[in-house]
Design a protein around this ligand. Structure first.
Ligand code: HEM
Length: 95
């Protein structure tokens, strides 16, 4: 599990990458047929927009990080854009 202190995604203004990984997790990486140990689990079903906004706002301002606050509206927009049940897939540009 990577440290969140000084993670690049904790320092940039745009919180999109952090919202995405918190909502959707990261899929297991397989190299040469050998799965990586474990990845980030999704919290889409467990946490509300407001809860994800609160935890990301905290970690973006804690441990020396300097990213800005995250709004529940931004989480809601990303939740809709990345809904696995959606019939219109979207491509997220990583920053
Ligand atoms: C609400 C709780 C959590 C939040 C807000 C959170 C947030 C994050 C964020 C923002 C990142 C990206 C860090 C970066 O920019 O490099 C990340 C990555 C990661 N997290 Fe979490 N995390 C949470 C819980 C967990 C748990 C419970 C686990 C393991 C059981 C976990 C495992 C990981 C792993 C393995 C990565 C790296 C993913 C990858 O690079 O593919 N996280 N997490």
């Amino acid at each position: 599990m990577p440290p969140l202190a000084a993670a690049a995604s904790s320092l940039v203004d745009a919180p999109d990458s952090q919202i995405n990984v918190t909502l959707n997790g990261s899929w297991r990486v397989v190299t040469d047929g050998v799965p990586d140990a474990y990845r980030m689990p999704p919290f889409r079903a467990q946490l509300s927009d407001a809860e994800i906004a609160q935890v990301l706002s905290y970690l973006r301002g804690a441990w020396g990080n300097s990213g800005g606050a995250v709004t529940a509206e931004a989480v809601g927009a990303m939740r809709a854009h990345t809904d696995p049940a959606s019939s219109s897939p979207i491509v997220l540009q990583m920053r």
